[in-house]
Design a protein around this ligand. Structure first.
Ligand code: PHE
Length: 342
């Protein structure tokens, strides 16, 4: 028995020493061969029956010593392998934190959106609420209720896309004025931003563009209130020195109507290429809400008065950022768009 146990011990020592069992799988197989059921050590135990009775205690001792030694040897080797495997895993998955990161360029906010947000901020700071009306609009809201009947020549001022029946793509956010006044009684102070459509396309006109309508209705509202609000808008949107100028104009839904110019921020009013030598840039249409429009919405024009204005957002963006062609705003060329905002 002594020789047999010694032989097994030597065999195992050789297997471990020669760098055998490089993986836990190999080690587990080897363990089966020796310590498993039917393994070499187990076979030896079965052989105990043939050992003469007087040698049995000694043989039993040798055998259990061998078993204990083998179990320990396997456990030690197992732990060693686990450590090595873990170390290899850590090494192969190591992250080099000094490597340059993959560059991801985020998008940027569109200049028209920047202008819209800025205007919303300026006007909501002055107490305006935001109202967004539908883009597919009834003829009634876009024209008739705004004092533009079917045969009125003012319809030619806006080359409209008709959808069918009484529906059209709204050509102005002024339609929002009617929708608000139908539902709400004065005092009213709303801002209505959104897309509008006209069959028009060149360097300064786009078939789709954005407007922002302002409407204030209350007792005693005058042209002075309009001027005050627009002066504040001009100073906040451009510079503290920016001035506004009212020129007489015509819109069927306002009376009197004005065209509003801003002093040119490029030359400070002296006259340059941008303002075509005039010192002023035309930016929006406005006026005192026509009595007929108030009446159409059930508001008594002898009690209440109001003013309205319509700002073209692309126009403001073009002035603010010095953009010469409106089409640049709709081509979605990221090299152009990246220059704005964050
Ligand atoms: N709706 C007019 C336009 O699109 C602008 C405007 C709005 C004029 C409100 C006066 C009052 O041209």
């Amino acid at each position: 028995m002594k020789e047999k146990t010694q032989a097994i011990k030597t065999e195992l020592e050789q297997r471990f020493a020669a760098g055998g069992c490089a993986t836990s799988k190999e080690l587990a197989e080897l363990k089966m061969q020796y310590l498993g059921k039917g393994g070499k050590i187990s076979e030896l135990s079965k052989g105990m029956r043939e050992v003469p009775a007087e040698q049995r205690p000694e043989a039993g001792r040798l055998l259990s010593e061998l078993r204990a030694w083998a179990e320990e040897a396997f456990a030690a080797r197992e732990a060693e392998l686990k450590r090595a495997e873990l170390a290899a895993k850590v090494a192969s998955e190591r992250i080099d934190v000094t490597m340059p990161a993959k560059y991801f360029r985020g998008g940027s906010v569109h200049p028209v959106t920047l202008v819209r947000r800025e205007l919303e901020e300026i006007f909501s700071g002055m107490g305006f609420h935001i109202y967004e009306g539908p883009e597919i609009e009834r003829d009634y809201y876009n024209f008739q209720a705004l004092n533009i009947p079917a045969d009125h020549p003012a319809r030619d001022m806006q080359d409209t896309f008709f959808v069918g029946g009484e529906f059209l793509l709204r050509s102005q956010t002024s339609s929002g004025q009617i929708r608000v006044m139908e539902k709400q009684k004065p005092p009213i102070k709303v801002l209505s931003p959104g897309r509008v459509y006209r069959s028009d396309s060149d360097a300064t006109h786009s078939p789709m563009f954005h407007q922002m309508e302002g409407l204030v209705v209350d007792k005693g509202i005058t042209l002075c209130d309009l001027k005050g609000i627009l002066d504040e808008f001009a100073r906040r949107m451009f510079t503290a020195e920016t001035k506004t100028r009212f020129r007489p104009s015509y819109f069927p839904f306002t009376e009197p109507s004005v065209e509003v110019d801003l002093s040119c921020k490029n030359c400070g009013g002296k006259g340059c290429r941008i303002c075509k030598g005039t010192g002023w840039i035309e930016v929006l249409g406005a006026g005192i809400v026509n009595r007929r429009v108030l009446e159409n919405c059930g508001i008594d024009p002898d009690v209440y008065t109001g003013f309205a204005f319509g700002i073209g957002l692309e126009r403001i963006a073009m002035i603010k950022y010095g953009i010469g062609d409106i089409r640049l705003l709709f081509e979605n060329d990221v090299r152009f768009l990246r220059q704005f905002g964050d």
